[in-house]
Design a protein around this ligand. Structure first.
Ligand code: URA
Length: 244
């Protein structure tokens, strides 16, 4: 393969993976530049690690897409009556860190994206302070449709929707999950303990370490407690380091 053919093949591969939602090719930058500079022998074998990464990243994207299709135009609970859009979740399918909130608010319902309102801006700032980009993590909610007037989701709504967030976590298989707020922590853990007691401690969500913390909307009302969320985030970061 000559230089031009290599560049064309790379462009094609990037278009293909771009169509699947990738923002970068799952091979190292060094390998890409080697390929582009035509310094790799034409018949050089692709290393198996690279192959595995491509397969598992593509598989995860496909599995998430299939899960979204399975949810379809969901009518499984009464929240479907008031929603504008289902808010499935967004981010990297191979994120090492996942956030689980409570349910979409007005902005999220309109835009079909999680955490895009004021609370979402605060969450984005937290993610960046943790040294990551928002698109590198995965963000989902316990319920995928907006409860009327932002009331708490009810038991039947949570139990209809919970299998989907469980499947998202299983597919993404992050190293750490941070749950945001009382409703999220209590529904994941099946415990009624106050969030002030749950936060700051690791639990397990189907064998994935789970760190409950306060909801960013609570922090907008109680900015003095931001340091507590930062303390929880640091514990999540050390867990990521240990598992990395
Ligand atoms: N609050 C949540 O719990 N989730 C969102 O997506 C937005 C606000």
């Amino acid at each position: 393969m000559n230089h031009r053919e290599t560049a064309q093949a790379l462009k094609k591969a990037m278009e293909f993976y771009g169509g699947l939602g990738f923002r970068y090719l799952p091979i190292s930058e060094k390998k890409v530049s080697e390929l582009l500079m035509n310094t790799v022998a034409d018949d050089a074998p692709v290393d198996s690690g690279t192959d595995e990464t491509i397969v598992s990243a593509a598989d995860k994207d496909r599995a998430l897409q299939e899960l979204r299709e399975e949810i379809g135009d969901c009518q499984r609970c009464k929240l479907c009556r008031g929603r504008t859009n289902i808010v499935f979740g967004e981010g990297s399918s191979h994120a090492r860190l996942m956030f689980i909130g409570e349910g979409p608010g007005r902005d999220e319902d309109l835009q079909a994206r999680p955490f895009v309102g004021e609370a979402g801006k605060l969450l984005t700032r937290l993610i960046e302070k943790m040294g990551m980009k928002r698109e590198e993590v995965y963000i989902a909610n316990i319920v995928k449709c907006r409860p009327p007037n932002n009331r708490d989701p009810e038991e039947d709504e949570i139990s209809s929707c919970r299998p989907f967030v469980e499947r998202q976590a299983q597919i993404i298989s992050p190293d750490v999950i941070m749950s945001l707020g009382r409703v999220s922590a209590q529904s994941i853990l099946g415990m009624k303990m106050p969030i002030g007691k749950l936060r700051g401690n690791f639990f397990s969500f189907n064998d994935i370490p789970l760190m409950p913390t306060y909801h960013p909307a609570y922090l907008l009302r109680n900015p003095k407690d931001k340091w507590l969320v930062w303390a929880d985030a640091q514990k999540a970061l050390s867990k990521l380091k240990n598992r990395g």
